[in-house]
Design a protein around this ligand. Structure first.
Ligand code: NOJ
Length: 575
């Protein structure tokens, strides 16, 4: 039986809320977490060797980015076989052992399923290429004749997320004019046809396969993709290609909801608390309401909240994102999620160190600006305390607990993100947030792999001073801040429920109350409170004995009544 920190023997008669409603999930970008094999690429054995670290950090689950056999044109989001493990990462038995051992540590394990597209090396796509237009093999994908007299123009004007158009003309082994196939991402990622019953059945079987192996659920890649408008109409002139809208032909189509209803039934039938988290969005101006439609009780359990991640460091904007997140979820009964970083965006220490600290779009191919890392780090400290004080689930991207910043000077010849080539070298892409993380030692690979290992992306020399080994036990370090905040979140009754009540507070600040009198106060910049700028204070009447966080480091956790300075500055708001 699992050594479960979430219930089990001695649990109260009233069932506790499902674990995922307030879980903290740690994102393991497998290629860059820990390399046990010595080839410079992280692997499953590496993750296994660091499970005690994750348990001690205080997270509830890990989500592992795709580990399937893949040509790796998009970091594994081009899957060639959904029921196996890429030899780079290990074998199926390693995955099974990882799951078992994680469970023994009280950690759940979520996989990453990629249903919008396969790899062009998937057996289905090879078969499709070798088959005639109109064949059953081609119907699993989105093949179409081209426009123009000889079919030499793409079937419509859809763009690829990675740059260029979303169509590639397939060489034809037949006498017919060659057809085009759809790929919303790289040409190595052909889109599946979700109208096809075989596609639906296959993915239901894949989901069952991994749940049977022991996974606790899935993060679903491009979960608002999948279904397309069957007529494949052109995008209207001037339409925003990236933001779902009612008439958007490839994002947010209604047909996708049925897919998730079927998956939810599989989860429920598996007899335990399995969970599906959609990577959905960003969803546009009325986005949170649109998002909630995926979270109806018979669909997905959660969806990432990209609006929070994209928000600039601004009190009004953050508050409006928090409100817009929570309100529509009440109707569907789903918990909110909060996230600051992932493997697709500029690390938030860097974003917060910029004059404009938001993201206009969720990908990192935004203009580069000067970065003040000290400011970004300070804001990041305040932001994580805010995030972990909010009701719902939270997602932590590997390395953010070390305060890692974006690596912006990777040599061009090492860049691997397909965006780099597809944008004609205009956008460097996402490699800068995917650099292997530092564990120990004074020189690369900083314990990421054995001494002498050359990591697949070079680590900055300065990462020696932020390695896990240096920060562990060091008062005021980012790592100790995360550990303390996660302990507080796990242990304090004020953070257990889902309610949040705003209290009046001056411009440039946020102040809200949770249960049991717990309050969270955030001073975003130079403000009226006598607190340093970019400071979050958690006030609680009954903190655990070890609850005081470094008072010089943008974060306090104080007894109530608070220390005199804080009491003085917050007096008005409390009355
Ligand atoms: C979203 C994933 O997070 C990203 O890394 C990937 O490139 C695209 N989906 C395509 O699968």
């Amino acid at each position: 039986m699992r050594a479960d920190r979430h219930g089990g023997a001695g649990a109260p008669a009233t069932p506790a809320p499902a674990w995922w409603r307030r879980a903290v999930v740690y994102q393991v970008y497998i290629r860059s977490f820990a390399d046990a094999s010595g080839d410079g690429i992280g692997d499953i054995a590496g993750i296994q060797s660091r499970l005690a670290y994750l348990r001690d950090l205080g997270v509830d689950a890990l989500w592992v980015n795709p580990w399937y056999p893949s040509p790796m044109v998009d970091g594994g989001y081009d899957v060639a076989d959904y029921r196996a493990i890429d030899p780079l990462f290990g074998a199926l038995d390693d995955a099974r052992r990882l799951i078992e051992e994680a469970h023994a540590h009280g950690l759940r394990v979520l996989g990453d399923i990629v249903p919008n597209h396969t790899s062009s090396e998937h057996a289905w796509f090879r078969e499709a290429l070798a088959s005639a237009p109109g064949s059953a093999a081609r119907d699993r994908y989105v093949f179409r004749d081209g426009r123009g007299p000889r079919g030499e123009e793409a079937p419509n004007n859809w763009p690829s997320v990675f740059g260029g158009r979303a169509w590639t003309r397939a060489a034809s082994p037949h006498r017919h004019p060659a057809q085009w196939y759809l790929h919303l991402f790289d040409p190595g990622q052909p889109d599946l046809n979700w109208e096809n019953a075989e596609v639906r059945a296959e993915f239901e079987s894949i989901v069952r396969f991994w749940l049977d192996l022991g996974l606790d659920g899935f993060r679903i890649d491009v979960a608002h993709g999948l279904a397309k408008d069957a007529a494949l109409p052109d995008l209207a002139a001037g339409a925003d290609p990236w933001t779902p809208a009612d008439d958007h032909p490839f994002w947010g189509q209604d047909g996708t909801h049925d897919v998730y209803r079927a998956w939810r039934r599989i989860a429920e039938a598996s007899g335990s608390d399995r969970v599906f988290i959609g990577e959905i969005g960003p969803m546009g101006p009325d986005g949170q309401a649109r998002l909630a439609r995926y979270l109806r009780p018979d669909e997905l359990h959660q969806a990432f909240n990209f609006d929070f991640l994209r928000s600039p460091w601004d009190a009004l904007k953050l508050r409006s994102v928090i409100d817009a997140t929570l309100a529509p979820l009440v109707e569907v009964g789903a918990p909110a999620t909060w996230v600051l970083s992932n493997h697709d965006v500029v690390r938030h220490v860097t974003r917060y160190g910029r004059a404009y600290s938001g993201l206009e779009i969720w990908e990192p191919w935004v203009e580069r600006q000067a970065t003040e890392l000290a400011l970004g780090t300070r804001r990041a400290r305040a932001a994580i305390l805010l995030m972990l004080a909010l009701p719902g689930a939270a997602y932590v991207y590997q390395g953010e607990e070390l305060g890692l910043w974006e690596v912006e000077d990777l040599p061009e010849e090492l860049l691997q993100d397909p965006t780099w080539e597809r944008s004609g070298h205009e956008y460097r892409g996402r490699d800068g947030c995917r650099v292997p993380i530092p564990w120990s030692g004074t020189a690369p690979p900083f314990g990421f792999g054995k001494t002498g290992t050359v990591p697949w992306l070079p680590q900055p020399a300065e990462w020696g001073r932020v390695a896990v080994e240096i920060q562990a036990g060091a008062a005021g370090s980012m790592l100790e801040l995360y550990r303390a905040a996660l302990r507080l979140r796990r242990g304090h009754p004020g953070l257990a429920g889902e309610e949040l009540r705003w209290l009046p507070s001056p411009a440039g600040t946020l102040l809200f109350e949770r249960a049991a009198g717990l309050r969270c106060a955030v001073n975003l910049s130079e403000g009226p409170w006598e607190l340093p700028p970019a400071t979050t204070v958690i006030l609680a009447s009954d903190p655990p004995a070890d609850g005081l966080l470094a008072p010089d480091a943008a974060a306090w956790y104080v007894r109530q009544p608070a220390s005199s300075a804080v009491r003085h500055t917050l007096r008005e708001e409390r009355s």
